[in-house]
Design a protein around this ligand. Structure first.
Ligand SMILES: [Zn+2]
Length: 541
């Protein structure tokens, strides 16, 4: 039987951005949009142009994606024409492939919140869909509070959905905006809607207020809906949105869905899911949920004992799916085989294995250098290092242990001063100054620099002398992001610093440093970025 196409719509950058404490920069948004696109998401909703400068900026230029970049906004305001509504104009001008409108579909909201008539609400939907179609955009309509609206007045809720569909909207999305609807209700109501609107034009947008957003999404699909909206890691205000990181593997791996539906996410991309999930956490400076289904650190961990020995004989005895399919790993506390294959997988991803092979060095699981690297990684992880989001540092470490890092320079000594004082015009200013002593070959250099903060001052001072020696290789290396987390490793608190840099080619380098001292941790991370760039560009030592 041919499988039906099911579409995934991600709203991490719009609905997810409404989470308390989440504040994406433009660079974050671009990186996450690309990550989602690469994963195989069909629609990436990146924001609400006109609502804030970041989102307006995002949509001010073409951001080419494989999937459809979607802008979110409201239908025209009641009592206005489409040509006389600045909010709608900003949305129509956004550089996007698709526009997702949100409109009321609960009569109570139309009356109380919008203070308008049901007829005017329907006219607003029709006019807005028509205006966006005239602009050449694909159109979606999010029917806000659809399930509550349908329970209160089914004919009106359905009329809102039908108005959009009949006007040519590609998708009508039924939203459980307050997240209070239960799976059996969703299944029944979506089934009824699909009698009036073909299911391959119906989507579901579920919130997690009864912890059933994922279940509600599947209930809608069972009833005929063919688009699921959700967010990475279930990000979203209050209790979050439907978690695509749980939905995607279920669609791919459970026969109930995998035999009936195709999604754009390939098997290969599915195996990067754990990485995608953790990468988002890292960008948000949050610790990943160890118990997250499929991708959590504990999702496939078994304690030693009878379970572990059974798993060694036959993994299927205790695992509902194979962990490597979603990029996770089986963890048994009795063998380091899993650790070894993980280190090999990381080396493979960095391209180092292929590179070494081209030099005539081949590495396999039983190579003693792999065991040594694994031990080193384990020892460092115990201190607070986390290489999953610091690929660049991992590669520097691996190359160093394999003897592939020349002796470029040595930081012999450094000193940083932070001073608060009044400047010439009487303003209170904080200035940082750093002095760094570097040994390059047989020569020793000393440089000083001022900066906006201690790390910036150190970065500038550190590079002054190194740049003199290695200018063409590192002069275009830019620090683009800097994140700090205080970790409690059990015995003491340590600081973990993650630095993102961008090299001349626009590649992002992610490096890490861990120390009891934040400055020391920062220096480690900054040095790894410099060393990596020198190694990659084959700078002579
Ligand atoms: Zn929502």
């Amino acid at each position: 039987m041919p499988r039906e196409r099911l579409y995934l719509f991600d709203t991490t950058l719009r609905d997810g951005a409404q989470t308390n404490g989440v504040d994406f920069t433009l660079a974050d948004k671009l990186a996450i949009a690309r990550m989602l696109d690469d994963l195989g998401i069909d629609y990436v909703e990146a924001g609400y142009p006109g609502a804030n400068p970041t989102d307006t900026n995002f949509f001010s230029e073409r951001r080419p994606l494989r999937g459809k970049l979607t802008a979110f906004g409201m239908t025209r305001r009641p009592g206005r024409s489409t040509s006389n509504d600045p909010g709608l104009a900003a949305l129509l001008d956004a550089q996007a492939d698709a526009i997702c409108f949100v409109a009321k579909s609960w009569d109570y909201h139309v009356r109380v919140a919008l203070e308008t008539t049901e007829e005017e609400n329907l006219a607003s939907i029709r006019d807005s869909v028509r205006a966006a179609k005239a602009k050449g955009r694909e159109v979606l309509l999010d029917c806000e509070h659809f399930f509550d609206g349908y329970k209160a007045k089914p004919a009106f809720a359905l009329a809102c959905a039908k108005a959009a569909y009949e006007e040519g909207a590609r998708w009508v999305v039924l939203c459980d905006t307050n997240g209070g609807t239960l799976p059996h209700e969703v299944e029944k109501i979506v089934g009824e809607v699909c009698q009036a609107i073909p299911g391959d034009h119906v989507g579901i947008h579920a919130h997690n207020d009864t912890e059933q957003a994922v279940a509600n999404s599947f209930a809608a699909v069972r009833a005929g809906a063919r688009q699921i909206q959700g967010t990475l890691n279930g990000l979203g205000e209050r209790c979050g949105n439907a978690n695509l990181v749980s939905i995607i593997p279920t669609l791919k791996l459970k026969p109930e869905f995998s035999q009936k539906f195709d999604i754009e996410v390939s098997d290969e991309k599915l195996s990067s899911l754990a990485h995608v999930s953790h990468r988002l956490d890292e960008m948000l400076n949050r610790a990943p949920d160890r118990h997250a289904p499929y991708v959590g650190d504990s999702a496939f961990t078994t304690k030693a004992g009878i379970h572990a020995s059974a798993i060694m004989k036959e993994p299927a005895t205790y695992e509902h799916v194979a962990p490597e399919l979603v990029g996770n790993r089986r963890k048994l506390l009795v063998s380091d085989q899993a650790g070894k294959s993980n280190v090999l997988a990381e080396l493979d991803r960095s391209g180092l294995i292929a590179e070494l092979k081209s030099l005539g060095i081949s590495l396999d699981k039983d190579d003693p250098r792999i065991a040594r690297l694994l031990e080193e990684v384990k020892a460092r992880e115990a201190k607070g290092y986390a290489y999953e989001n610091a690929q660049t540092s991992f590669e520097v470490l691996a190359r160093r242990l394999l003897g592939q890092v020349p002796d470029y320079f040595d930081v012999v000594q450094y000193d940083v001063n932070v001073e608060q004082r009044y400047n010439a015009v009487g303003e209170k200013v904080t200035v940082a100054m750093a002095v760094v002593k570097v040994k390059i070959g047989d020569e020793t250099f000393i440089s000083a620099a001022e900066g906006k903060g201690p790390v910036n001052a150190l970065d500038v001072a550190l590079r002054k002398d190194i740049t003199k020696q290695f200018a063409p290789y590192i002069e275009n290396l830019k620090l683009t992001d800097y994140r700090v987390r205080i970790l409690n490793t059990g015995t003491e608190a340590v600081t973990r610093v993650l630095v993102e840099s961008e090299d001349e080619a626009g590649d992002r380098l992610s490096t890490i440093g861990v120390s009891e001292n934040i400055i020391d941790a920062s220096v480690q991370a900054l040095m790894d970025a410099i060393i990596y760039t020198l190694v990659k560009s084959r700078a002579p030592a």
